[in-house]
Write a protein that binds this ligand. Sequence first.
Ligand code: B12
Ligand code: SF4
Length: 472
Amino acid sequence: MTAMKDPFRLTIVHPCVGRRVGMKKYIRTWLMEPLAPALLAALVPEEVEVSFYDDRLEPIPFGTRTDLVAISVETYTARRAYQIATEYRRRGVPVVMGGFHATLCPDEVMQHAESIVVGEAEELFPQVVDDYRHRTPKRRYESLGRPQLGVKPRRSIYEGKAYLPIRLVEYSRGCRFKCDFCAVQSFFSATHTHQPIGQVLSEIESTRDRRTLYFFIDDNICSDLDAAKELFRALIPLRIRWVSQSSINVAFDDEAMQLLKASGCQCLLIGIESLRPDALAGMNKSFNLMRGGPEIALSNLRKFGIRVYGTFMFGYDHDSDSSFKQSIEFATQQEMFIAAFNHVTPFPGTPLYRRLKFEGRLLFDAWWNDPGYSYNMVPFQPASCSPEELSQNCVRARRQFYSIPSIIKRAIGKANRADLLMLARYFIINAMHRSDVSGRNGLPLGDAAWKGPFLPIQMQKQSLSGYSMPIA
Ligand code: B12
Ligand code: SF4
């Protein structure tokens, strides 16, 4: 009898943004099934044993034997990702990191992982795993172009985890616009690609049950309006309910609006950002003023019964105190289903970040990795107020918008109370966002109970697990 060959073990970890000491539950509205880990799991050969831990929902068993750990890193989750990587690397397990932050801030991320992947995983991750299996890993893997989309996520990795009842699917990635604050345009170099519609339909067919609400996580599902219409047409016979994110231009195309409605679109997140033309110009988003601007766009969306999740951003140089009042009033009058009121965030790799750095206005070397930084702190010097005022005004705006009188007022909106079930959903979702206002405020980045220091790559005397690893 021959002994069974030991399988290669891959552990995928999805980090949380952060955790207060003793915090029992994570931010409820963020708890959706993460797509990247399911895609990574789908990209490895069957004989590789895959485990998945979602740091937002469960403890990570660092002591369990594994050969390689793969971690997605976003800017807000970078600090926690480095803590998790340190735990594994202290135990001699190599770590590979990828995702937005790894792509936009590769030099920093390389200090915390044996290997990094810059760009999308589809063409590179199989190579990474293969190289680790053959003990010939590289420090950096980088894609030169955009991959073919359409890998079917391995959703079985979500089993037993208590996510919100929303199914994340994707049609396209990227966006053709170049808003100066947006990490998406930096990550995808303002390109937009989509997968074959047949693939999307089969993914929906294979994951649906009667109550499924689909979230097309496309950064801007209407970046290419013709391609979007093609998708909407194909969705009609499926009779599903779905939500997504879109630029405002869709509201001025009646054919697209009819197709949206007919295909089951329930709500679109629209980046209104600001009602001030000078602020919009500053962020390279003047297209929001097209054909009469947001007021006309939103009234057309209402006409077709499409609910709106409006997002606003404050702290551009032309903003003033009145911007908050004006935006809250606008969001309420426009009967927005939900809305977000955030301060401008300089994400590394964006034109905004470079500008603020050049102007000497960044208050931290790397706010996302600073133990003194927490969620809602403004990491730059605004032009017309203090960072603290800007942060407090954002929190106040959220409290006002999610106050009981405002929730009741907006419930009167025809689309929000389309039927009793929708009205119930409206109240539940608004209540969740209301409670998250305090939950998110001051949330530390990283686990506050974790004891450092990080284990940067240079500190390793020897390569881990016998790998021959070039040290940068
Ligand atoms: C859906 C979504 C959400 C959902 C949550 C989804 C979830 N599962 O929990 C909600 C609405 C709750 C949300 C919340 C937030 N989000 Co969000 N979100 C998205 C969105 C639109 C899609 C994410 C997704 O599933 N993408 C599809 C997957 C397949 O793509 P991907 O994750 O990039 O992975 C690919 C590559 O990056 C790479 N990759 C990723 N990980 C790894 C790991 C390894 C090892 C390898 C090899 C490769 C690799 O391969 C993958 C396949 O090619 C993205 C935009 C985007 N394009 O990704 C923003 C985005 C990730 N979010 C962002 C932000 C800022 C937030 C918030 C902080 C917002 C806020 N202020 O509250 C919170 C943080 C929540 C948290 N992290 O806990 C930013 C992050 C920017 C940055 N520089 O990091 C993005 C990019 C949006 C933007 N316009 O800038 N978000
Ligand atoms: S339209 Fe949206 S996704 Fe596109 S660049 Fe602007 S903010 Fe980013």
